[in-house]
Design a protein around this ligand. Structure first.
Ligand code: NAD
Length: 483
């Protein structure tokens, strides 16, 4: 990642400008040696007609500097506005979202006083590809896309992160007992990469029980690496049980660019009142300093911040009369941290980084696999007479099958309905009809085109196809029930 002394800063919306001012003042007091190019993003930019929340000029600044420190923004509801976070992540290839969650007892109450967990979430793939289609009157679909290089990048990043930050264990979470191909790929890549890091312990949890562990035993976890959607859900659980939604920072890391922020939003309900807690953005900024090779400055700031918490100087969100000493606003909280610059906490564990934290991820392109076409799933929009599977099955078998491709089975929402099937099974207007070569011969695309012509001639409305391939001799598609 680019090591620079010139970064881009965005003050954002709501409490954004207040917490950004506090953060920049603290960084300047620590003499971090950075200069800033300020860009406008968020509400005003959306309202000026830029649907993505950022203007073309700002993009230029962002791309030139490579590093963005960003306060939260307000995303207007409706009106076709796009989430700026998702746009920045995807456009700049920020594949890794790193969220450390630590408890600060007794200054911030937490159910888990020893919790110190880092969630590393894949940031570009999965259901967040946003490729959705309505296929029939009754059925819509979204595509879950997982790539091998995408999985390898994030898994390697997690192990490199564990090494760089002196962590002991990396836990992978997937749902590969159900999604054997997509989540299965991520888990397989994890197992392969883990072998290259014998110094780091590794294990795997199915995401449902894994989420329960995040909620009930987060102290047993160290670094968690997971897919985009699961990471989104479990990081909110982790923030909640750490007791510190206003305290956690987040880093979005790519090969050439990065973006650092707080995990919370723009909190419009408390904007402009000088009461917001700037800790989340400040911790995000410290993650940035570490990445920029200024780990000593991050330590200086975070230890002064911990001392401020210990001294009972608290913003309203964490102030409790019985253990806090003084309730302060955003500015006064920043002043208190600046006054303590150079001091260490006495009770909370001080922050200490390796002097050189450098994370490099190298993913080599692999040669293409041998791909063989062995069949095709044709999806058909059909109701017929009482949605009788035997009616569509018999007609496809007798009228639509070709010499090369013969109907093998039909499923409806993944449940086998022909041949056999149970009359109790609920049937939609969306039928997945699997055609294969009866002798197991390798097929050509022309064979699929011939089949589609035949399906159409038999009076059926096909809505999409999925080819059935073997890759290097291995089946590259899921089997239907009972197949
Ligand atoms: P929020 O995180 O802004 O606020 C949730 C609650 O936490 C509010 O009661 C708020 O007052 C409080 N809170 C949040 N940060 C605080 C802080 N630093 N100090 C003290 N209290 C704090 O979530 P929301 O209300 O759901 O969202 C508000 C807006 O923020 C929405 O437009 C949303 O789209 C946006 N948002 C932006 C980002 C981002 O830019 N990264 C992230 C999440 C939400």
């Amino acid at each position: 990642m680019k090591k620079t002394n010139r970064i881009t800063v965005a003050h954002g919306d709501g409490i954004g400008p207040e917490i950004m001012d506090a953060t920049l003042r603290i960084m300047d007091a620590a003499e971090v040696g950075l200069s800033y190019d300020t860009i406008e993003i968020g509400e005003k930019v959306y309202e000026a007609g830029h649907k993505s929340g950022i203007s073309p000029d700002s993009w230029e600044t962002l791309r030139n500097n490579g590093v963005l420190l960003k306060a939260p923004i307000t995303t207007p509801q409706g009106g076709g506005y796009k989430s700026l976070n998702v746009t920045i992540r995807k456009s700049l290839g920020l594949f890794s979202n790193v969220r450390p969650f630590r408890a600060y007892p007794p200054y911030v109450p937490s159910f888990f006083p020893h919790m110190d967990l880092v969630i590393i979430r894949e940031n570009e793939e999965d259901l967040y590809a946003g490729i959705e289609h309505q296929q029939t009157s009754e059925v819509v679909q979204t595509l879950k896309l997982i790539s091998e290089p995408g999985s390898e990048k994030i898994v390697r990043y997690a192990f490199e992160y564990a090494r760089a930050y002196g962590r002991k264990k990396v836990t992978c979470m997937t749902k590969d007992n159900i999604m054997k191909h997509t989540d299965g790929l991520f888990h397989r890549v994890f197992n392969e990469v883990a072998k290259e890091y014998p110094d780091i312990e590794s294990d795997h949890w199915i995401i449902d029980i894994g989420s329960a562990v995040v909620a009930a035993r987060p102290e047993s976890l160290d670094v968690v690496v997971t897919l985009n959607l699961y990471g989104d859900v479990i990081s909110d659980i982790a923030a909640e049980v750490a007791g510190s939604v206003g305290m956690a920072g987040s880093a979005n890391i790519g090969m050439n660019h990065s973006m650092f922020e707080a995990i919370h939003g723009s909190a419009p309900d408390i904007a402009g009142q000088d009461i917001a807690n700037p800790s989340g953005l400040l911790n995000g900024a410290c993650m940035m300093l570490v990445q920029l090779g200024k780990a000593d400055k991050a330590e200086l700031i975070q230890n002064a911040w911990l001392k401020t918490l210990e001294d009972g100087i608290h913003t309203a969100d964490i102030y409790r009369a019985q253990r806090s000493k003084e309730k302060v606003g955003t500015k006064a909280f920043a002043d208190a941290i600046i006054e303590r610059m150079g001091q260490m906490p006495n009770k909370l564990k001080p922050v200490k980084y390796n002097s050189e934290v450098s994370i490099k991820v190298d993913v080599k392109e692999k040669p293409p696999m041998k791909k063989e076409l062995v069949g095709v799933d044709v999806f058909i929009d059909w109701r017929g007479t009482d949605r009788d599977p035997n009616e569509i099955g018999d007609r496809l078998l007798n009228d639509a099958s070709t010499k090369k491709l013969k109907l093998k089975l039909i499923s409806n929402r993944g449940v086998l309905v022909f041949p056999g099937g149970m009359k109790e099974t609920f049937k939609t207007d969306h039928w997945r009809c699997r055609f294969v070569n009866p002798e197991g011969k390798i097929l050509q695309n022309q064979d699929v085109l011939d089949l589609l012509a035949s399906v159409q001639a038999a009076g059926f409305d096909f809505i999409k196809t999925e080819h059935l391939y073997h890759f290097d001799g291995e089946r590259g598609y899921s089997l239907s029930q009972g197949e």
